[in-house]
Design a protein around this ligand. Structure first.
Ligand code: MN
Ligand code: MN
Length: 464
């Protein structure tokens, strides 16, 4: 047997993970770099779930999607979006095949870890004005100190008027800041555990130091309130009916001499939301009914009216089935869902927590997690081998570069996604998404080719 022949036999027998650069080639890499530009714009414009919905609606409308309301008729070829309370968006397109064949669904989330203002946030201490926060989602608290921060969100006045707030994104804007201890005085702090040293109650946002002229008591606080009143027409009581979030200020940037990566705030999970959104729009020729769901509240457990556990997803499927004369239970049973959420990329600086044979590698394409959960697969819906085989065929036939992955070592921890909430509705679901370095940090990193392979994967799935 010649050497060449024995190599090809080895290739046939053995699975070998390869990068997108090796497998897909120059044309796809070029397309990936181009695609990333649109993504970066989306990311910069979408720092909260509300902003992501506004962007999503804009993109959907420009592609011919129209708003849908309960009871509206539907027919093949119709393209609709449903905006659930400004924080959760559905795009769906009615296919030509019978609705009981099921719906091809992707589900990404558009909320990201951040610091939310408390309802009574403003206080003054030693002539400095601060805002109290309650962090949202899983953060490493020390990462948010000593960096420029921006304030995003809404204040809803008693009248119902909604005031949009964004401070800190334009070059001319002021930014906000959380102070950290100088190393000279940190001798005692550095001997503590990270959990002891950094506490949520100390994540107070510095917003002022100059007193309001003519005032004596709490004059710095009054100056801050005066700024909000003059700029936005809001008072301290208005903050009680507000959703204001503190996020990193500034824009996403290319990373690396080769510009192969992007660092930005909120890749988790907008790096899957944007590919889902653009894929459903671009997969226009499919015969299947397709649906892209962008949900809120994933980072806090998917509860509430705008989270993945909300009845709205089931209600929409019911409505679609009814409008097209199908049995909703049959529609669910025959539907398939890609829960499009991020996974952790193997980090050579922290090899101890990863199991490298089953970790996602940067640049090796979109990553599939058959199961999530932690310590004994706890809390996972664990996709069936049949579904994984089906997705595998779909991706391979479309030439998508993909890999399987687990978050980390078996006993070390883990995480969840919206997969189980979709699966609990009797919809076959598996996780497929982009791998992230420094997940949940103020600035996370992804690979442009992984981002593009997720887009190609979702597009193939909608059509397959
Ligand atoms: Mn996520
Ligand atoms: Mn997350």
């Amino acid at each position: 047997m010649s050497e060449k022949k024995s190599q090809s036999k080895a290739e046939k027998l053995r699975y070998q993970k390869k990068t997108v650069y090796e497998k897909a080639g120059e044309k796809i890499v070029r397309e990936a770099y181009d695609y990333a530009k649109g993504y970066v714009e989306f990311l910069n414009a979408s720092k909260t779930e509300r902003e992501a919905v506004v962007e999503g609606v804009r993109i959907a409308e420009s592609a011919g999607y129209r708003p849908w309301n309960f009871g509206d008729p539907m027919k093949a070829g119709d393209k609709f979006y449903y905006n659930n309370r400004g924080k959760n968006l559905f795009l769906f397109k009615i296919g030509t095949e019978p609705i009981e064949n099921g719906i091809r669904i992707t589900g990404a989330h558009i909320d990201s870890p951040r610091l939310d203002l408390k309802q009574n946030p403003v206080y003054e201490d030693h002539d400095l004005c601060f805002l109290k926060t309650h962090y949202y989602g899983g953060i490493r608290k020390y990462q948010w100190l000593a960096m420029p921060l921006a304030l995003h969100g809404v204040v809803v006045k008693q009248s119902g008027e909604v005031v949009n707030v964004v401070i800190g994104e334009n070059e001319a804007d002021p930014v906000m800041y959380i102070t950290d201890l100088l190393p000279h005085l940190a001798q005692s702090q550095v001997t503590k555990t990270v959990t002891e040293a950094f506490q949520g109650e100390k994540l107070n946002i510095l917003v002022g130091s100059r007193p309001l002229e003519g005032e004596e008591k709490d004059a710095v606080k009054l100056a801050a309130l005066n700024y909000l009143y003059v700029t936005y027409g809001i008072t301290e009581e208005d903050l009680q009916s507000a959703e204001l979030s503190v996020v990193p200020a500034g824009r996403a940037r290319d990373v690396g001499f080769d510009r192969s990566m992007i660092c930005g705030y909120g890749h988790d999970d907008r790096c899957c939301a944007y590919p889902s959104l653009t894929a459903i729009i671009d997969a226009d020729e499919t015969v299947h009914t397709t649906m892209c769901t962008l949900v809120d509240k994933e980072e806090t457990g998917s509860d509430g009216v705008t989270g993945a556990q909300s009845g709205i997803t089931g209600d929409l499927i019911d409505e679609i089935a009814r409008a097209l004369g199908g049995n909703a239970s049959a529609v669910r049973a025959n539907s398939k869902c890609l829960s499009s959420d991020v996974s952790a990329i193997y980090d050579p600086n922290f090899p101890d927590v990863f199991e490298e044979r089953n970790a996602a590698l940067l640049g090796c394409g979109v990553a599939m997690s058959k199961f999530t959960g932690s310590r004994g697969k706890s809390g996972t819906s664990d996709a069936s081998a049949e579904l994984v085989a089906w997705v595998r065929r779909c991706l391979n036939e479309a030439g998508v570069v993909w890999q399987t992955c687990e978050l980390g070592k078996v006993d070390l921890g883990g995480g969840g996604t919206i997969a189980k909430y979709m699966a609990n509705r009797n919809i076959d679901t598996v996780d497929l998404g982009v791998g992230v370095l420094s997940m949940h940090a103020p600035y996370e990193v992804i690979s442009k080719v992984d981002l593009y392979e997720s887009y190609r994967a979702f597009r193939a799935f909608y059509k397959f």
